[in-house]
Design a protein around this ligand. Structure first.
Ligand code: HEM
Length: 410
């Protein structure tokens, strides 16, 4: 190992505290863009080009640690997960298995299917926004951002509305167990929830196999019947990935976006006046306030990142939230600018062979939400006296609430 290994330039740095991470990230970029963090046993990478380079080189940097619990599971939690028979989702798989499974999943993720459900998405958004009408104060996170993406995704997945709360709660458990810092017996209920979630995915695949529907698992099973090489267990794995990735992230995007737009009123007012700005604003919001601020890789051989020696077996934490504000790529990167011309080159959806498979759906849903919100509630404001706390996590920057006044101060 390099004897001059760079160290964290910020004393007392807590990577699970995402309440106000940007000053630390700025410091990392300027003084130690690649350093080893002993408390987590991760190498932290914060420059845009270094992050992109790691994502791009999947042979050197494998995604196999992407879903590993940050805080290793204790024996009791491990036993629960093992007994539950969990195998793997999609993002921690590596080629050639990943390539084979992703190809089948992608056929079921066609833009045509998304386009077809656009009216249903609009109806779901309309229903939730109408419920805000006439109210002085609303928790936008709980009442809108939380249920809407789940209902959209569940429509695509062919899952009944009454299961929304259950799956949302399992997804929270999965996030806490994988990217949080739970220890000891605190892990147990969440380990059980992960197993219940896994069994739900398997049961869903079995049910669609017996009685196909017009939905995503049925599409993958149809591909299987047509000769695609994918097992039922692997389809359940994709469902396990999608039933998490497909709503948590979009929930967070909607809430973080509204906070950013309220903090940048001029941008909000500009969108209210001209909805054609939504496309560019969506990219800038993804760049500036990503739902997933970091993602993981594992070094398969001794290598270098940004000139720093990285040993074989090193865990790498790519801080896309930091790379997205790298001044060398995004001039004035700490500023929010919905007319920025290269915002869409952000790293918030990853890059390379694992690039987010649901990006079209996420952008479609978010764009429709912003359009409806700005049209219906142009005077919307944040309510004072409700400070936002962020859930402890190394990767997901999720607010605990977003209290708004839909009709403004009056
Ligand atoms: C704002 C919304 C979203 C964000 C910020 C986001 C972000 C990401 C990121 C960072 C990755 C890892 C990429 C990599 O390793 O290079 C990823 C992968 C993935 N995302 Fe998304 N995502 C979003 C929405 C969605 C939606 C709506 C779906 C599904 C309906 C989805 C499904 C997936 C899946 C299945 C993967 C794994 C792909 C693979 O490993 O090949 N995501 N996403």
């Amino acid at each position: 190992m390099n004897v001059q290994q760079p160290v964290c330039p910020v004393g007392g740095f807590d990577p699970y505290d995402l309440s106000a991470p940007h000053a630390n990230w700025q410091q990392f970029r300027s003084t130690a863009p690649v350093f080893y963090h002993p408390d987590t046993n991760y190498w932290i990478v914060s420059n845009y080009n270094d992050i992109k380079g790691v994502f791009d080189d999947w042979e050197t940097f494998s995604s196999e640690n992407a879903q590993a619990p940050m805080t290793p599971l204790g024996d009791k939690a491990k036993a629960i997960v093992k007994a539950g028979g969990f195998t793997s989702g999609l993002s921690a798989r590596t080629p050639p298995t990943h390539t084979r499974i992703r190809k089948v999943a992608q056929t079921a993720f066609s833009p045509r299917r998304f386009k077809a459900i656009e009216p249903q998405i609009e109806a779901i958004i309309e229903r939730h926004l109408s419920a805000m009408e006439g109210k002085a104060q609303v928790d936008f996170f709980r009442d809108v951002a939380y249920p809407v993406p789940a209902l959209v995704l569940f429509t695509l997945m062919g899952i009944p509305d009454q299961d929304v709360d259950k799956v949302k709660s399992w997804a929270t458990s999965r996030a806490l167990l994988t990217w949080g810092n739970l220890t000891g017996d605190d892990q147990l209920p969440h380990a059980q929830a992960m197993v219940d979630y896994w069994n739900y995915c398997r049961a869903l695949v079995a049910a669609r196999k017996a009685a196909p529907g017009d939905d995503f698992p049925s599409d993958m099973l149809a591909a299987q019947r047509d000769g695609a090489e994918i097992s039922d267990e692997e389809i359940a794995g994709v469902m396990y990935s999608v039933l998490f990735a497909g709503h948590e992230t979009t929930t967070t995007l909607m809430a973080n976006a509204l906070k950013v737009l309220m903090d940048n009123r001029t941008a909000w007012d500009a969108i209210c006046a001209d909805p054609s700005l939504i496309k560019g604003a969506t990219e800038e919001i993804l760049r500036y306030a990503p739902s997933i601020v970091s993602w993981r890789r594992l070094a398969k051989k001794p290598t270098q990142i940004g000139g720093v020696d990285i040993p074989q077996g090193a865990n790498i934490l790519l801080v896309m939230g930091a790379g997205n504000r790298d001044e060398t790529v995004f001039p004035g990167g700490e500023d929010f600018d919905i007319t920025r011309d290269n915002a869409r080159t952000h790293l918030s959806l990853g890059y390379g062979i694992h690039f987010c498979i649901g990006f079209q759906l996420a952008k479609l849903e978010f764009g429709l939400m912003l359009r409806a919100l700005t049209k219906k509630f142009p005077k919307l404001h944040l309510a004072e006296g409700h400070p936002i706390n962020y859930i402890p996590s190394i990767s997901f920057r999720v607010p605990d609430k977003l209290i708004i006044k839909p009709h403004g101060a009056s």
